[in-house]
Design a binder for this molecule. Structure first.
Ligand code: ATP
Length: 306
């Protein structure tokens, strides 16, 4: 099997560096001809994946976190070979997307698993957004697109130019707390397959292919990456304390059944904010866009070996 690895050398920070050496050794032992290609800047994994998908490979192995997987998925799906098989080496801070697969933690076991796993098809999402100038942006995503307080947190965590005194989970925690202190609910409409399911003040809407975001928060426990549908969670909490309480329950999925939450299944979701300029969207843990958007499920477009 001819394998090209797309590696983000900064994914996971110092922990990611430590995880990489044993992974590399185990995969080199299993696949001696494996090639390694490193992303050079933010978003560069997208270019690499697009180029490598057109190359003589049987598999692209993504070594990175959710942002890297998202870039690679967008690169492959916009390449000349969108059915290029993908597999994942989790080296990141949150690594939420890979939680949808029961991957072995041990590097040698993971290499064996990938060598023997069958190819299968899973869904991906397509985000279509309009920026302040009205120009359209399209972006594929692997896991979850969400907007509201989550967009604000991810925006703050990833903001360029912020001193990186804090790293990894602690950085996420501090920025979450700061975003909560500043919290004002967002005013928007959510349409699910053309039906208005909410209009007014919301904390968060999550449009999910997979089940987890925010480093292990099980926001959409019923999400299935191969059912051809999004699972949509709408959170209507307006008070900071109530929101903290709800977010605190997410890791154990203890939010399900809460009166201020509703879940929907859909192929197409439209989100229309009253104030697009104050409306950060996060896509697979990155915050590239602001404003209103449409998300469409693309059933079975990704080929994975997991
Ligand atoms: N060479 C590079 N230099 C700087 N940034 C890079 C480079 N390569 C990729 N990136 C960017 O690094 C960011 C973080 O990557 P990634 O999301 O994979 O890791 P993570 O944040 O540690 O993990 P997770 O998203 O699972 O929490 C992404 O926005 C990606 O575009």
């Amino acid at each position: 099997m001819k394998i090209a690895v797309v590696r983000n050398p900064i994914a996971g920070g110092r922990t990611g560096q430590r995880q990489w050496a044993p992974l590399l050794a185990a995969f080199r032992a299993r696949f001696p001809d494996m090639e390694i290609h490193e992303s050079r800047s933010s978003g560069d994994a997208r270019r690499l994946a697009c180029e490598l998908a057109a190359g003589p490979y049987d598999l692209l192995l993504v070594a990175g976190g959710d942002g890297t997987i998202s870039d690679v998925v967008d690169g492959v799906l916009t390449s000349s070979r969108p059915d290029m098989p993908l597999a994942f080496l989790p080296v990141g801070t949150g690594c939420d997307f890979v939680r949808n697969f029961a991957l072995p933690a041990d590097p040698a076991a993971l290499a064996d698993h990938i060598a023997n796993a069958p190819l299968r098809k899973i869904d991906a999402g397509l985000l279509i957004a309009r920026d302040g100038n009205g120009s359209e942006q399209r972006r594929h995503f692997a896991n979850i697109t969400s907007a509201g307080i989550s967009g604000e947190i991810v925006d703050a965590v990833n903001a360029p130019g912020r001193p990186r005194i804090l790293n990894g989970p602690l950085r996420f925690l501090v920025h979450s707390a700061l975003a909560m202190l500043r919290y004002r609910p967002y005013d928007f409409e959510v349409l699910v397959d053309g039906m208005l399911v909410h209009q007014g003040r919301l904390a968060l809407v999550a449009i999910a292919n997979g089940g987890w975001f925010g480093g292990g928060m099980h926001i959409t426990p019923d999400a299935d990456i191969s059912d051809g549908m999004f699972e949509v969670a709408v959170m209507r909490e307006e008070r900071v304390l109530g929101l903290l309480n709800l977010l605190g329950r997410l890791h154990s999925a203890g939010h399900v059944g809460h009166p201020l939450l509703s879940f929907h299944r859909a192929r197409r979701v439209e989100v229309r904010p009253r104030d697009p300029a104050r409306f950060p969207i996060e896509v697979d843990g990155e915050a590239p866009i602001r404003g209103g958007f449409v998300a469409e499920i693309l059933p079975g477009v990704l080929t994975v070996r997991t």
